[in-house]
Design a protein around this ligand. Sequence first.
Ligand code: PMP
Length: 392
Amino acid sequence: MLERLDEQSPDALLALIKMHAADPRSDKIDLGVGVYRTDEGGTPVFEAIKRAEQQLVDEQSSKSYLGPEGDMGFVNALMPYIFGEDATMGGRIAGMQTPGGTGAVRLAAALAQKAGMTKLHMGTPSWPNHAQILGDISLEMAPFDHANPDGTANVEAVLAAIRGAGSNDGILLHGCCHNPTGVDYSDEDWAAIGDAIAETGIFPIIDTAYHGLGHGLEEDVAGLRSVLAKVPEAFIAYSCDKNFGMYRDRVGAFYILANGQETLDTAFSNANALARASWSMPPDHGAAAVRLILRDSDLTKVWKDELEQMRNRMRQVRDRLAEAGTQGSVDMVPLGIQNGLFSVLPVSKEQVAQLREDHGIYMAGSGRINIAGLTMGNIDKFIGAIAEVTGS
Ligand code: PMP
């Protein structure tokens, strides 16, 4: 039976990790893997997480089953950060824990499909797993261009996609720190997008995987909140894997906004059933640690300070790149106004290969770079290499 399976291509980034590991050059630069790094190049466990984990070790009395919805203390503690003071929007929001943001996106797509969605509009390029998840459940994806060639958001494209959508369509939006482009919508853009969604009735799914890594915890969800204030229904997929540094512990949440209690309860029961049939229940440890942090004001402060340091460091790197202006054929100025962990450089596959071979600089074939892979110690080498490889 198994011989009927077709070989699947390996994850391109994993191949890049291997190549980088095998490179003996001491000044090599890894801009491939999507994790935050300090200016020393490490991805340490947050201090707030260390303390919360210690508390868990000392005080957790049982590891008995929870349920498909996971740790509801965690789910509820996050809500004011995402949705604001009226964290349930008058009782219209319910959520559950998921295995990472990936689990939340998967659940959102599967539940939308179960509710009758036939096509999901999505700006491209996007996080590659979006298309993979949609392909896996056979939910049609309708792509539109997310960004303009000058590195700004293509608002006309998203508005045209919304206005041209059919009655069973949805739209997937990145809440902030767009992966891979770093190109986010402005407040005005979000206002226009929210109005268009409300007018047409297209179903919004907002994926927020980098909350707090752009401009701040409040600022990064302002767009999401402005849309939710205008629409009757929405799904929100949320990841804590970047903003709490929990990557391998898989911490995420899925929220449903509905128009009435009965609809909300029914939708939630369906999400529960899908979760039960997929992973039964999410892993507890990471979410329990996040719950402890968010319920303790001292730990919350430690976490917020750590998040701010990450944000400031990435801003410093972006500012330095923007200051460098045009190097070779690459205008780096837009990187200064883009947000989060990633941006895409307008470089060819050949130039990506040359950066790797001649300079030990590793990035995805698409030109996506992890901003946090640059440090004050290696950024000048990077800028010089871009000038050399892309200059004619
Ligand atoms: N959505 C987007 C846009 C992402 O970039 C990612 C992961 N980097 C996720 C969701 C999933 O995050 P997680 O690692 O929590 O599954």
